[in-house]
Design a protein around this ligand. Structure first.
Ligand code: NOJ
Length: 744
């Protein structure tokens, strides 16, 4: 209401004044009001309409001339973009530029690791830099708005879109999302290399039941507030220019009609003036959801809930004139939506210059490749390294390079890479072949990851027998994760399992490398391998990063941003679960130890799986190095704190091995007793610390006590007095460096 009154008074104050929306020296709000006051209803609704690019440019041009288009998605040809902007500027009545948009998810031309891989780096600067590169490359082609970052918390690896986000943890996702937004948007949206970010999918999409895409999300109000919404709040704080409503419903309300999210949270609680777009036809899809009767109802429920722009569905443009007549939609609601769209266009500087230099080529610059390589290297997680198999020693002269992902440029880039050209991607084969003094015996064995023909395995084994070491690169093709690509079985597909097994039987050292869009259930392959590197889908520089890591030019530092289950039946599985009334002790009888004919009792039973036990294959935050690190001397500056205090935490980290390396130190807290039950652990801080071999350093964290707030029994966001445990650790499972404090 306050916002509405503000808008009205602003509008009134501008009536009769001489602001011209063409004048760059006037304030953005004044230019918006000036322009709005000149617009017909049709032109207003045109601004709320996003078109999907059409092959025939004249089909788009016609609608632009008529003022029926606010934004276009997926037009990427700079020549055509300039032509369309010229039509908008010179041939539409008010000359309003078009907001050109695209899914630039983990790079435009230079492809960074998938976001899940980026999260494994825990490197906010490198992630911000990757988004900056994406923005520079995409804006050079005329794209000023990307539908990224995806900051959905995902705790179910069956969901194909787990690839697109930053994993299972609210804190890590919030930090990663904000870094990405900073990278896309730069310090000033009007800089021609700035690209508006889109915080998506608002909200709860990652909780799709059963890990099946587009499915209902069952989220309690408290979980929504404590787990799923904080990354979106942080996005607002980082200045996210836009938000996208999610496909799913929560408690019967599809997000596109959810005024609690779009108004109470976004506008009232977080004071964001971001523009809200629907997901692709998610407004019209409410007909299938069953909360709307017809397309007019769809338009009314969406715009009244707080949607500003509709992606492709066109229910606004078709129905709002009549809805206004019937009083089901108010003109002020339409005006506010238009304001949100125009404000963004002014902020982006589109009115002042909507055109791009068609002859400028910035893609794949050496600087971009170097920065992307750094992030890609940091995204690799060493999950096993028995007998110091890695790094490969100088006596390794012949490598058997095996597997369907060893030379699959397109596949290693992962989901959502419409614009990156595979010809620029360095595969493991290319990178290893470029090394001096190493002979590579290459045998893919399988044509692709789902290849079910075992015929090639014998020749891979033959090559392996002639080599000093086997490097086997397996995983998932790009199409096996991402939107609508969910799996009920998250193991290696095709004959990849047989391939790894056959190679392990050769007795040669086996280094398995996995490139995938999700954490896979790889317990058997871990056992069969001497070393295992998990790279997710690493993108353009994946092969180079791998070669550098294999030979110790770089040392792995990545840590798991999601929990790796033993078996798919364990999902959803995540480190910051609740304790239950019967927590597992780790001593439970497994199915093989259970006597035949055993009598039933529930006495002394606990919460675990008979076949999988309780814990995961790899916990959240886990990753090895070629060196070893020791944590010691944990100190806190106060034992008893007030809610306004900040706790100072320090400890010593020593690099006790033989390699200069980086450790991702993690800070976890447990609130022991709450008015409602609290997670067994929560990540509250992380730091990348680089130490030379033998070096020791003091590491410090400041923990604001306010960051321990949660949604209490009476739904207040508060810190409750009481006792807390605190750990500094190399992963979420480790508890050796523990202390405690209390809050009064
Ligand atoms: C549907 C996806 O859910 C969304 O993430 C994407 O940005 C839009 N399509 C546009 O392609």
């Amino acid at each position: 209401m306050k916002r509405f009154l503000y808008a009205v008074s602003l509008a009134l104050s501008l009536v009769g004044c001489s602001v011209d929306h063409h004048s760059a020296s006037s304030s953005v709000d004044a230019r918006v009001e000036n322009l709005l006051s000149q617009m017909s209803l049709e032109e207003k609704l045109g601004q709320l309409n996003q078109l999907s690019a059409m092959n025939n440019i004249e089909d788009m041009a016609k609608q632009i001339r008529e003022g029926r288009v606010g934004s276009i998605l997926n037009e990427v040809d700079p020549g055509r973009i300039n032509a369309l902007q010229r039509i908008a500027k010179d041939e539409s009545r008010l000359g309003i530029p078009i907001l050109m948009s695209r899914d630039v998810i983990h790079g435009f031309k230079t492809i960074a690791p998938i976001p899940l891989g980026q999260a494994a780096s825990f490197d906010l600067e490198a992630v911000e830099a990757a988004a900056r590169i994406a923005a520079i490359e995409a804006t050079a082609d005329g794209i000023r708005w990307t539908f990224s970052p995806m900051i959905d918390i995902a705790r179910d690896a069956r969901w194909g879109r787990i690839a697109e986000g930053y994993g299972e943890d609210t804190y890590l996702t919030s930090q990663m999302g904000a870094a990405t937004i900073r990278g896309y948007q730069g310090s000033d949206l009007s800089d021609p290399t700035s690209m508006a970010a889109c915080a998506k999918h608002f909200c709860g999409y990652g909780a799709s039941e059963g890990g099946r895409d587009y499915n209902t999300a069952n989220i309690t109000p408290r979980q929504l507030l404590d787990v799923y919404l904080p990354p979106f709040q942080m996005a607002a704080e980082a200045g996210a220019a836009t938000y996208m409503t999610s496909f799913n419903e929560i408690d019967g309300v599809p997000s596109t009609a959810n005024a609690y999210l779009l108004k109470s949270m976004l506008r009232d609680a977080w004071h964001s003036d971001a523009m809200v777009v629907t997901d692709w036809a998610s407004s019209a899809e409410m007909l299938a959801h069953g909360n709307t009767a017809d397309r007019a109802d769809v338009a009314a429920k969406s715009i009244n809930a707080g949607v500003d722009m509709e992606m492709v569905a066109e229910t606004f443009i078709q129905n709002i004139p009549q809805l206004l007549k019937e009083g089901r939609v108010k003109m002020s609601t339409v005006d506010n939506a238009v304001r949100n769209v125009l404000r963004l266009k002014f902020r982006l500087g589109l009115f002042d210059n909507p055109f791009v230099d068609e002859n400028k080529n910035v893609a794949y610059s050496p600087e971009f490749i170097e920065k992307t390589l750094k992030l890609t290297t940091e995204s690799a997680i060493l999950l096993k390294n028995d007998n110091s198999t890695l790094p490969l020693k100088s006596n390794v002269k012949t490598i058997a390079l095996v597997g369907p992902m060893a030379d699959a440029a397109y596949e290693q880039s992962g989901t959502w890479t419409f614009d990156g050209e595979p010809s620029h991607t360095v595969t493991p084969l290319q990178a290893l072949q470029a090394l001096d003094g190493v002979k590579v015996l290459y045998e893919p064995a399988l044509t692709h990851c789902r290849d079910a023909k075992a015929a090639g395995i014998a020749s891979a084994v033959a090559k392996a027998k002639q080599a000093d070491v086997i490097v086997c690169v397996v995983g998932e093709e790009a199409i096996m994760s991402g939107e609508a690509h969910c799996l009920a079985d998250i193991n290696l597909y095709g004959k990849q399992k047989d391939l790894v097994e056959a190679l392990s039987k050769t007795g040669k050292p086996l280094v398995t490398v996995i490139m995938a869009g999700r954490p896979l259930t790889i317990a058997k392959q871990v056992e069969e391998s001497d070393a295992l590197l998990y790279m997710f889908h690493p993108g353009t520089t994946g092969g180079t990063a791998l070669a550098n890591l294999l030979f110790g030019k770089d040392v792995p530092s990545g840590k798991t941003p999601v929990t790796f289950p033993y078996m798919v039946g364990q999902v959803p599985i995540y480190y910051n679960h609740k304790n239950t009334g019967r927590p597992a002790a780790g001593t439970e009888l497994l199915i093989d130890q259970t006597p035949v004919g055993a009598g039933q009792t529930s006495l002394g039973c606990s919460s675990y799986w008979l076949d999988a036990g309780f814990g995961p294959l790899f916990p959240f935050g886990f990753g090895l190095s070629y060196t070893t690190f020791e944590y010691s001397n944990l100190q806190i500056d106060k034992q008893v704190l007030s809610k306004a205090d900040t706790l100072h935490v320090s400890f010593e980290l020593a690099n006790t091995g033989n390699y200069d390396a980086t450790e991702i130190c993690q800070l976890y807290v447990r609130d022991l007793v709450g008015s409602v039950t609290r997670p067994v652990k929560e990540l509250k801080g992380f730091k990348r610390v680089s130490l030379k071999a033998g070096e020791k350093s003091k590491v410090e964290f400041d923990l604001p006590i306010a960051s321990l707030a949660f949604t209490t029994l009476d739904m207040k966001h508060e810190v409750e007095p009481g006792d807390f445990k605190l750990w500094v650790a190399a992963n979420s499972d480790e508890i050796s460096n523990e202390t405690s404090f209390s809050v009064e």
